[in-house]
Ligand binder design. Structure first.
Ligand code: SF4
Length: 213
């Protein structure tokens, strides 16, 4: 599919739909070319009554195979960080800015490929519809792709992370907070800076948790 043939998800998003209806409708989305090589759409997990929503980048290899977000190694680290921040992981609604796995084949391996702005833009109507139905108290953007989707602009994690923002998400009254994606922490596992990176993630999540009390 060429750029000009990328219609965006809007025409597949049922107006005013709740989360189960959105999840079902997303299986038919052809808003960009990412649906074709992926195994399935990976929509979201967690309760629609959640006060805290966390938004990641896109499903990874394991998420794509299992149809669930945040079930791979980065997801495992995130769950631990959520717990360490004093939040019950089961109370958090988890979703991604882009709902299909973007990858490149290297032999038999499928290597993660960062979604481009066109994919983020094409998929944004799903995230927008989710937030309209969820009406959370705070939305945590995990990484630059989530930040770009939520705030509609490029973000710099180092300079902007950890601050509670008001009115930063267009058409949403939810507060928001930007932090690192757990995969960026995971990549540091053998580095001396790993502990500090993990603690920074936990600190940011604690700041988000304080908003909901
Ligand atoms: S990535 Fe998003 S816009 Fe593209 S086909 Fe999948 S659900 Fe639709």
């Amino acid at each position: 599919m060429t750029e000009i043939e990328r219609p965006g998800a809007q025409q597949w998003v049922p107006e005013g739909a709740d989360i189960p209806a959105l999840r079902e409708a997303a299986t038919a989305c052809r808003g960009c070319e990412l649906w074709e090589p992926a195994s399935q759409v990976v929509f979201s997990a967690g309760p629609p009554s959640a006060s805290i929503v966390m938004v990641g980048e896109q499903p990874g290899d394991q998420e794509d195979r299992r149809g669930q977000p945040f079930v791979g190694p980065a997801g495992t680290l995130l769950v631990q960080a959520i717990r360490d921040a004093g939040i019950d992981p089961a109370s958090v609604y988890r979703t991604n800015a882009v709902k299909h796995f973007r990858f490149e084949l290297r032999g038999a391996r499928r290597l993660h490929k960062t979604p481009e702005t066109v994919h983020i833009t094409a998929c944004r109507p799903w995230l927008h519809a989710e937030l309209q139905d969820l009406a959370p108290q705070i939305v945590v953007a995990l990484g630059a792709t989530a930040g770009r989707s939520l705030f509609g602009r490029p973000v710099r994690i180092g300079a902007e992370r950890g601050r509670v923002l008001e009115g930063a998400i267009p058409d949403s009254t939810a507060r928001s907070l930007l932090t690192a994606h757990p995969s960026s922490v995971l990549r540091m596992q053998r580095d001396p800076g790993y502990d500090a990176a993990y603690e920074s993630l936990v600190t940011d999540l604690r700041t988000a948790a304080a908003v909901v009390g």
